[in-house]
Design a binder for this molecule. Structure first.
Ligand code: GTP
Length: 596
């Protein structure tokens, strides 16, 4: 297809504003998927995505659309819908010339609407503002058209109105995409340069890589080079998705499609990388490539220790499909053998954990997630800490922690409550704008550790669910941090160590000590539970001793009852972990680690 007849676009929206429903309707109207074959939310392939209603993996579909007798090729590129995947979103946007900015006409602009809009603007995309769900009785298209128009600097009449549900307004939207979005431009005679915006592992075909060609041509059976690694591969197949893969004779300037090289690991075909021809390679890549960087770490342990090999195998498999997942074996005195895993963020962690449990049938326990710290010792030595138990002893000069740039959107009545919360969470206000009389956008710098802890829940409860939050990594800051350790009878319980701000160390210590006091059964001897910073004890609880002579009850009783009791005790012992001399039921660890 000549570039003049191509339009590449994506739909950006806040979660639940109806992106998938609108995409489905477009597939149907352009005849790519017929109504009978239409499965709700065609683009969300993974079960977890469907159940949670979120989109993790982006995909691209080509749709024909006729305007005034000319048939155009519309490539719709699906973007992932959550903060953890900002980088993937930015690469998907970079593959487009324009974006449909979709806003629920009953909700108005939300934090993710803005965050995505900013990303789209950074990529110089042409924005088509659209109000969705106009069929809803609660829709207020007039009001929100004004908000939206003001935000992007157009007239309220320029905002289209559609219903992904009924299909109203969707045909005019497709016409507008053709009319308003620029056609792709590139040099057809230059060496090929194509950007990878997604890479998905398929059990049967190996890695399927989604690309947008900027210059030149990619042809089947030729050799290609991945510019970040210089690795070369044979192009076994290349084509477009419409809505199933259709092999083609190659992809040229402006085209969007997939390629298959037979590699088995998404790390060999990385999002953001540039693909070129091996025979006449481009000299300069397209830029913007970044290694995925894990931001949040957590220990994952099988509840049943004998599942450890299965957990390893499951992680090895998941990794093929997830370039951002990292892990290495670790042992914990409390939890046994497991893995220290790194994730892009909390949602990524949850998704991986859920897939391990659901697809691989594992029962897991995970430690309190933590961020990554850079510690500088007094002698200048640097330590990169991904696990609180690795936090160095000795004289520390400085500790830095990752921070995020957060966008919070809420009704104006909650400004005070939000400021108070952000203050508590060590936030710095960077700016504030009124989108309309009753809605405000607040921009904060916040430590990622606070977000990982319970920021979102707190925000929701203080604003009765009306606030929305989006954030992206924004470097590091030096902070006054300490490691709090929890000791049982003088022995550190590694799984409960945490790095916290100095002002919060006491609260953390008291909370953990009293939690454990309730969870650990009394023993034959007194057990002190202590929270400590280095050698300084900051909180203490005691579990009083008991003399537990179970057999005493059975004096004179029959022998079989006695045996049963002994057996039951043995059963129980198996699920006990020893911390020094203290027997701790595994449930106590699980309960203490689960957030409530
Ligand atoms: P994420 O993938 O989670 O970002 O959600 P999404 O933006 O793709 O939203 P989705 O299409 O899943 O729609 C969210 C909810 O809104 C669903 O319950 C849809 O049925 C409903 N919905 C979507 N479009 C419309 C519409 O035009 N009218 C009405 N009444 N409901 C809609």
């Amino acid at each position: 297809t000549p570039p003049e007849l191509i339009r590449n676009f994506c739909i950006i929206a806040h979660i639940d504003h109806g992106k998938s429903t609108l995409a489905d309707r477009m597939l149907q109207l352009t005849g790519v998927v017929d109504a009978r074959a239409m499965r709700a939310q065609y683009l969300d392939r993974m079960d977890i995505e469907r159940e949670r209603g979120i989109t993790i993996k982006s995909q691209a579909v080509r749709m024909p659309w006729e305007v005034d007798g000319t048939t155009y090729a519309l490539n719709m590129i699906d973007t992932p819908g959550h903060v953890d995947f900002t980088y993937e979103v930015s690469r998907s946007l970079a593959a487009c010339e324009g974006a449909v900015l979709l806003v629920d006409a009953a909700q108005g602009i939300e934090a993710q609407t803005l965050a995505n809009l900013y990303l789209a603007m950074e990529n110089d995309l042409t924005i088509i503002p659209v109000l969705n769900k106009i069929d809803l009785p609660a829709a207020q298209p007039e009001k929100y058209a004004e908000e939206l128009a003001k935000l992007i600097g157009v007239e309220p009449e320029d905002c289209l109105r559609v219903s992904g549900k009924t299909g109203a307004g969707v045909e005019p939207l497709l016409d507008t995409i053709v009319a308003k979005l620029p056609a792709p431009v590139g040099n057809p005679d230059a060496p090929a340069r194509a950007m990878i915006f997604d890479s998905v592992y398929d059990t049967y075909r190996g890695v399927v890589t989604y690309v947008r060609v900027v210059d030149g041509n990619l042809n089947p059976r030729e050799r290609i080079v991945m510019m970040s690694t210089k690795a070369t591969h044979e192009l076994l197949e290349i084509g477009v998705i419409s809505p199933e893969p259709v092999p083609s004779k190659g992809l040229g300037v402006g085209e969007v499609g997939y390629l298959i090289t037979g590699v088995k690991d998404v790390r060999q075909s990385r999002v953001g990388d540039t693909v070129t021809n091996a025979s006449k390679p481009a000299t300069k890549d397209l830029g913007g490539y970044r290694d995925p960087k894990p931001m949040v770490f957590s220990g994952l342990y099988p509840i049943d220790g004998s599942d450890y090999p299965d957990l390893r195998e499951a992680l090895d498999k998941l990794k093929l499909n997830d370039a951002a997942l990292v892990y290495e074996p670790e042992t914990s005195a409390a939890l046994g053998f497991g893995f220290r895993c790194g994730f892009l963020g909390l949602l990524h962690l949850e998704i991986v954990r859920e897939r391990l449990e659901r697809e691989f049938g594992l029962d897991l326990i995970s430690t309190q997630p933590n961020v990554v710290y850079d510690v500088t010792m007094d002698d200048g030595k640097q330590v990169h800490v991904t696990n609180p138990s690795e936090y160095p002893d000795g004289k520390i000069r400085e500790v830095s922690e990752p921070v995020v740039r957060a966008t919070i959107l809420a009704p104006t009545e909650f400004v005070g409550a939000i400021m108070e919360l952000c203050q508590q969470k060590r936030g710095n206000l960077r700016g504030m704008d009124y989108l309309s009389e009753d809605r405000v956008e607040m921009r904060y710098t916040l430590p990622l550790a606070e977000i990982v802890f319970d920021f979102f829940d707190q925000l929701k409860s203080r604003t009765r669910g009306y606030a929305s939050l989006d954030y992206e990594p924004d470097g590091e800051q030096v902070a006054d941090l300490v490691k709090v350790e929890i000791l049982l009878q003088g022995e550190t319980v590694d799984a409960f160590s945490a790095i916290v701000h100095k002002d919060k160390a006491y609260a953390y210590g008291v909370m953990m000590a009293s939690k454990l006091k309730d969870l650990i059964p009394r023993q034959q001897f007194e057990v002190p539970i202590q929270a400590a910073i280095g050698s300084r004890i900051i909180a203490r609880e005691n579990i009083r001793a008991i003399r537990k002579d179970v057999l005493a009850k059975c004096y004179g009783g029959d022998i079989s009852r006695k045996r049963k009791l002994l057996e039951k005790q043995k059963e129980g012992k198996k699920r006990m972990k020893m911390v020094g001399r203290v027997e701790v039921p595994q449930e106590a660890f699980i309960a203490a680690l689960s957030s409530d």
